[in-house]
Design a protein around this ligand. Structure first.
Ligand code: C5P
Length: 233
């Protein structure tokens, strides 16, 4: 568990260009704990940016949701660990998680598993060939993640309490779908406020648009950090 509320706030750098990401970093310096880089920015110059951030002492989360044969996953994870990122996402398939955990070894990299994508419902799973509900598959994969030594799970705040009961206190729960009271939901359907998410057991909160689209991103981040601090007391 991290000590300061600010360390628990992850800013999703979901910007179309490197210039916008760099501007957002400049405007939020010291206000957020971790910068998350996903597909959009990674394929637009985000990986060299990640390396620069690491060299500058920032904490970096690569949201790459890896899934491939074990050997390929392991080699990719080893490169990410050597680069100095702190968090990396993988899909919660047993082979993939096992390869990722072995490859991160004793490095500082933490592997976070995505149990079931939040865009999937029971019908989508059936169409993909699974005879299970989303809830049951997420629970099974959470238990598998725990058993192979994955460091944490990415989950909706609504799932946090149930998954905490499965994985115990030792794993990190990282929750997107956060909206400060009064903020627009956007396309997120299952949302919680920062206070609610922390109360549900989240260790880290991922926030994008409520900060990215704020007139004053630093003030928006500060307000969320204040909520985290209140909830954690
Ligand atoms: O803008 P917003 O706060 O909704 O951003 C949430 C971030 O968390 C985005 O980067 C999104 O890709 C990510 N995410 C999510 N839901 C998941 C997993 C990741 O919204 N289930």
């Amino acid at each position: 568990m991290t000590t300061y509320a600010r360390d628990r706030l992850i800013l999703a750098l979901d910007t179309p260009t490197l210039a916008e990401a760099e501007a957002m970093i400049a405007r939020t310096t010291g206000a957020v704990g971790v910068y998350k880089i996903g597909y959009q920015l990674a394929f637009a110059g985000g990986l060299p940016l990640a390396e620069r951030l690491v060299r500058a002492g920032a904490r970096v989360f690569l949201d790459m949701k890896l899934h491939d044969i074990g050997n390929t996953v392991a080699n990719g994870v080893a490169s990410v660990a050597a680069m100095g990122a702190e968090f990396l996402t993988v899909h919660a398939y047993p082979q993939t998680m096992k390869a990722a955990v072995e490859a991160r070894g004793t490095s500082a990299l933490k592997i976070l598993a995505v149990t079931v994508l939040t865009s999937y419902n029971d019908a989508d799973l059936a169409a993909a060939g699974y005879e299970m509900t989303v809830a049951d598959l997420a629970a099974e994969r959470a238990a598998q993640a725990r058993d192979v030594g994955v460091d944490g799970l990415v989950c909706s705040p609504e799932e946090a309490a149930r998954l905490r009961a499965i994985v115990g206190p030792g794993m990190l729960l990282v929750t997107p779908g956060i909206r400060p009271a009064g903020a627009e939901a956007g396309d997120q359907k299952r949302i919680m406020t920062p206070v609610e998410a922390i109360a549900a057991g989240a260790d880290y909160l991922v926030v994008g648009r409520p900060i990215l689209r704020a007139a004053d991103p630093k003030a928006a981040a500060d307000a969320i950090v204040a909520e985290i601090a209140r909830a954690a007391q």
